[in-house]
Design a protein around this ligand. Structure first.
Ligand code: CTP
Length: 398
């Protein structure tokens, strides 16, 4: 998508949410970069910040209502839609994103979203459960299919007291993403999905089955893709790591949630890197009450989880697929077997156990594709990720 440059006209839509105050700074930063900014607020947004604050920063009257005679006489809403070189909705609430996804035009801002032919970006901000709700997921995938660029949200502590994805990106981050889109790098403009970390498969409300994955390799890979100009979506299981710069992150718990997050977003992806240590099995009937130790023995019945990587590789016109294989023996044989069995384009295999692989700072990889292979010697995971991407770039381009 075309970025914003000095001299461009930016229509900034502000919707209802506690993050609305951040958009005053956003308007100010864009003005400082020489961008013309006009602000349109929804009624709900005016409950969080006053239009006067935006007017002070932009030097322009702020518009709220669709049928406002004084404003319409000065510049009609269709004219305003044409004026814009870019439309950014920040913060974008769950409600506004839903109305946008379904083409509503019941207030000024939603009407402008329909009427403009300029590129549209949104910076969502909401509670983590709202962001992860299937309704929001479906709306986001509709918007992404339509070419709307989604900036964030970031993960962390939310205003509501919860922790997770839902925080609006900081103003400076939004400005740098929109004004300086990376045009360079091995994967400039490519859309990449990376899975990372372990999954947790619930046994009961307090227990789960999981594994030792720390997520470090997947996060290093996501960071390396972003450094090389890719637009990265990182789907992560529970880990204790910060989101790399310029990467959009979705947090999940179980393999089924990871599967859903990946397939909600896969249609636009050019490359899929399955780095997560997805639990192969999950308890068949997780208990909704804490299990009691009544018996001397207990048996847990497990059922197989979907193989996310294999399903992505099986898509018609699907993305380039990179899988990982963690093996304790016969590395090359097992990894070549997985390359064929899962139908992926490339496998990065590593030996695990004895201070190798899981939850370590360093790793070594054997990278395999249909008619070649290359060894990457033991090194810190960030360097390893960069070296791996050079091999991926070569194979991706052929
Ligand atoms: N993978 C996946 N979904 C699963 C299991 C694995 O996407 N349900 C992906 C992993 O992200 C990794 C690759 O498949 O990229 C290999 O995973 P691994 O656990 O090493 O192999 P398995 O296919 O599970 O085979 P096995 O456990 O029998 O070695």
């Amino acid at each position: 998508m075309r970025g914003i440059e000095a001299g461009n006209n930016l229509l900034l839509g502000v919707t209802g949410g506690i993050a609305a105050y951040k958009s005053i700074e956003l308007a100010r930063l864009f003005r400082r970069k020489g961008v013309e900014v006009r602000v349109v607020m929804t009624e709900a947004a005016t409950r969080f910040v006053g239009p006067m604050s935006f007017q002070a920063v932009t030097g322009e009257a702020v518009r709220v209502r669709l049928f406002d005679e004084a404003h319409e006489a000065a510049m009609g809403h269709i004219e305003l839609a044409r004026w814009a070189d870019h439309l950014l909705v920040a913060p974008a609430s769950a409600d506004f994103l839903a109305r946008m996804a379904h083409g509503f035009g019941d207030d000024l801002l939603s009407t402008l979203c329909l009427a403009t032919s300029a590129p549209v970006s949104v910076a969502p901000a909401m509670n983590v459960n709202m962001w992860e709700h299937p309704a929001t997921r479906a709306n986001m995938s509709l918007l992404a299919d339509r070419g709307v660029r989604v900036l964030g949200p970031a993960s962390g502590d939310l205003a509501c007291g919860d922790t997770g994805a839902g925080r609006m990106l900081e103003a400076a981050e939004i400005v740098s993403l929109l004004m300086y889109p990376r045009k360079t790098g091995l994967f400039a403009g490519e859309k990449v999905i990376v899975t990372a970390g372990p999954t947790r498969e619930a046994v009961d409300p307090v227990r789960f089955i999981s594994n030792r994955s720390s997520g470090k390799m997947g996060f290093a890979l996501a960071e390396a893709f972003a450094e090389q100009g890719a637009e990265v979506l990182l789907v992560s299981g529970p880990v204790n790591l910060d989101t790399p710069a310029g990467v959009r992150r979705l947090d999940v718990q179980s393999a089924l949630e990871m599967h859903r997050a990946v397939f909600d977003n896969i249609r636009n992806a050019d490359i899929f890197a399955g780095c997560a240590a997805v639990a192969d099995y999950r308890p068949e009937n997780p208990s909704d009450r804490k299990l009691k130790k009544n018996d001397d023995q207990m048996a847990l019945s497990l059922v197989k989880n979907p193989d996310i990587l294999a399903e992505v590789a099986a898509l018609e016109n699907g993305p380039f697929t990179l899988g990982f294989a963690a093996e304790t023996q016969e590395l090359a044989e097992n990894a070549r077997g997985k390359l064929a069995a899962k139908g992926v384009d490339m496998i990065a295999a590593n030996l695990v156990g004895e201070n190798l692989g899981f939850d370590t700072e360093q790793n070594a990889l054997l990278v395999l594709w249909s008619d070649g292979e290359q060894r990457l010697p033991k090194q810190p995971k960030k360097g390893l990720a960069r070296a791996l991407l050079e091999i991926v770039a070569e194979q991706y381009q052929t």
